[in-house]
Design a protein around this ligand. Structure first.
Ligand code: GLC
Length: 648
């Protein structure tokens, strides 16, 4: 049977139930959606499971799951479904700014977060990502990425009811809520894993067990190590059964076996239940790792994409307002396919992290040279229509120096030594560095190191405060704002990482909590300093300067339609190699030329540059000095300055 014929049969099968249970309007909507996404679902599941299960029965079961979920969806969420089906690009609007925080570190618990929504409102936040909040295992849990119960909120943060209330309160303010779904692995304390340990064959088939080292050894020949230092290897020996189990991350995080269709269905259930709690965006944690294939790095496998496409199809059937965001921290060529930008053009995730831009910005900051960023960003395939990036300066993870070899060589850099330089620079080991981060997971076998540290500390605020010169403090703060200026204007939802808005520095006491002591990513996961935040209105304070600058970036973005996430981006080649220059254009608006000067000194570009980007007689949209400085045939930027201009 063709995918279209299977879809027709499904539609007929669900027709009466849909119309009766959802009513004539929503029922018709459900059936129309089934017709649209059915073929994607059938094709994706056939590609993954066709050789091991009756796909027709599987598709029929998951479509029924979707109908059940649609029937229990609360009215306010159904209203959101309709609104977002009318404007499926709602999240790509120029007025969407994001904020990322641990609920407990930001505000104690979920109720505390609800009380801080006004604060987020000051920053124009319309998208709030709360770090993992489902019930984790006790003790060490990788910051919540080891889930023991997907249907309960971490009791320290509150209850499912609190989560629903928070989502409702956010929606009243036009704010969307993003929550993590850890779908590659569960905690070994999860009931599925415990049942597997007890020998239940159904649940043993949820994970990957090996009787001896032969298969693990075969896989490890090509598997990179995620945590070579704190959790070496990708398999863990189980004393209880004398077997090995697949654990890509920590030994307490057991990888699910997605080649089992029951795993797909179980995790789909989790996803749909979260959507019905009012969650708007689900961050699909470690998405590239879902499928394993011997002889590969077990990331980005075609089946992993098909699985995401199938999740997308079913979730859009049950909860069309829901967005999927891929956490795929992979190389530039592997990244765009998570947005569906591969030869199949089948919808996949709506959003993905722009880790490329993030890494390249830090590289430009250290080298005072924007050529590598221009080279790599200039050749990247655009995000497919209806999708977008989330752009960011820092997140809760380390920075992995994922500079493409080809890009580095194209600008005359030796790739390996440039990555080494960046790790050395940001740990402060490199002579003259302004940064004070630390190495994360240095791997003696490969020589690789990643970096931990907050934005402000990596941008030089600690060193500047220690040296005591106000010039250096100014430079550090200007660097923070410069990086955010790019993130607000390059294309994508800009994400503000908690504490950056008040230039919070490294948490020197990060190791005091015993379960954090071997993971220095906690260096840049501080508790919110509300005393410092109170200084955001004290003119001249560090907090006020950064907070105000971010508010202005948000306001300028909101007033500029060409800065929408889905407006096109074209990278230019200005005659000053320290300047990153790009033009954004949306067909409904005038193009905007953006400039970012990566230098301790003033920089400038030829006054003719805007015209080459379609910007004539440039007027200021926004800049670090709030004015446009043109003289002697050049547009000038102060040290670490930026400028956005458009046509009158
Ligand atoms: C993701 C998270 C990271 C976590 C890992 C395992 O990469 O961002 O913090 O350690 O997944 O869940």
């Amino acid at each position: 049977m063709t995918a279209a014929a299977t879809t027709r049969a499904l539609r007929e099968g669900l027709r009466d139930a849909a119309l009766e249970r959802l009513g004539p309007l929503d029922g018709a909507g459900f059936l129309a959606r089934l017709e649209r996404v059915g073929p994607d679902l059938v094709e994706a599941l056939t590609a993954v499971y066709g050789d091991r299960t009756d796909v027709h029965a599987l598709v029929s079961a998951v479509s029924t799951d979707a109908l059940e979920a649609a029937c229990t969806r609360a009215l306010p969420l159904r209203r959101l479904d309709r609104e977002r089906e009318v404007d499926p690009t709602w999240f790509l609007s120029e007025d969407v700014v994001g904020y990322v925080a641990y609920a407990d570190r930001f505000a104690g618990d979920l109720r505390g977060v609800a009380e801080r929504l006004d604060y987020l409102g000051e920053l124009g936040v319309r998208y709030l990502h709360l770090m993992p909040l489902l019930e984790p295992r006790a003790g060490e849990n990788d910051g919540g990425y080891a889930v023991a119960d997907y249907d309960a909120v971490d009791p320290r943060l509150g209850t499912m009811h609190d989560l629903e209330s928070l989502a409702g309160a956010a929606h009243e303010r036009g704010m969307a809520l993003c929550v993590d779904l850890v779908l590659n692995h569960t905690a070994r304390e999860h009931p599925w894993a415990q049942a597997a340990l007890a020998g239940d064959p159904t649940y043993r088939a949820y994970y990957r067990f090996f009787p001896d080292r032969s298969e693990p050894d075969a896989f490890e020949r090509t598997l990179p190590e995620v945590f070579p230092d704190m959790a070496p290897g990708s398999f863990t020996y189980l004393d209880a059964t004398g077997e090995w189990v697949w654990t890509t991350f920590h030994e307490f995080q057991w990888d699910l076996d997605w080649s089992n269709p029951e795993v797909f269905r179980a995790m789909l259930g989790v996803l749909l239940r979260l959507a019905n709690r009012g969650v708007d965006v689900v961050r699909l944690d470690a998405a590239p790792f879902l499928w394993k294939r011997v002889g590969t790095d077990c990331q980005n496998q075609p089946e992993a994409h098909r699985l995401l496409q199938a999740l997308r199809a079913v979730s859009s059937l049950a909860a069309p307002a829901l967005l999927l965001k891929a956490e795929a921290i992979v190389g530039p060529d592997q990244l765009v396919p998570y947005l569906g930008g591969h030869d199949l053009q089948r919808p996949e995730c709506h959003l993905a992290y722009d880790n490329q831009l993030m890494v390249l910005l830090w590289s430009a900051l250290a080298t005072r040279d924007a050529r590598l960023a221009a080279q790599a960003m200039g050749r990247r395939t655009a995000a497919p229509t209806g999708t977008g990036w989330v752009t960011y300066v820092r997140c809760h993870d380390d920075i992995g120096w994922a500079i493409g070899d080809e890009d580095a060589r194209a600008v005359g850099l030796e790739p390996f030594s440039h990555r080494q330089f960046l790790a050395a620079f940001y740990s402060g080991r490199y002579p003259g560095s302004f940064a004070s981060g630390v190495d994360f997971q240095r791997n003696p076998a490969t020589g690789d190191a990643r970096t931990s540290g907050t934005t402000a500390s990596l941008a030089g605020l600690d060193v500047a405060l220690r040296s005591g010169t106000s010039v250096e403090v100014d430079a550090a703060l200007d660097r923070v704002v410069l990086l955010y200026s790019v993130v607000y204007a390059f294309g994508g939802i800009p994400l503000l990482y908690m504490g950056d808005e008040i230039a919070m520095r490294n948490d020197e006491r990060w190791a005091d909590e015993p379960e954090h002591a071997d993971d220095n990513r906690w260096l840049h996961r501080p508790r919110m300093d509300w005393d410092a935040a109170a200084r955001r209105s004290a003119r001249g304070s560090v907090e006020c300067r950064v907070f105000t600058a971010l508010q202005r970036l948000g306001a300028a973005r909101r007033s500029t339609e060409s800065l929408r996430s889905d407006a096109s981006v074209r990278v230019l080649a200005p005659d000053d190699t320290r300047v990153l220059a790009w033009v954004r254009h949306h067909p409904r608006a005038r193009p905007v030329l953006c400039l970012a000067g990566f230098s301790d000194d003033a920089t400038s570009v030829d006054v003719g540059l805007p015209a080459t980007a379609g910007v004539h007689d440039p007027v200021l949209v926004h800049s670090s000095t709030e004015r446009l400085d043109v003289h002697d045939g050049r547009i000038h930027l102060p040290p670490w300055g930026f400028s956005w201009v458009t046509s009158p």
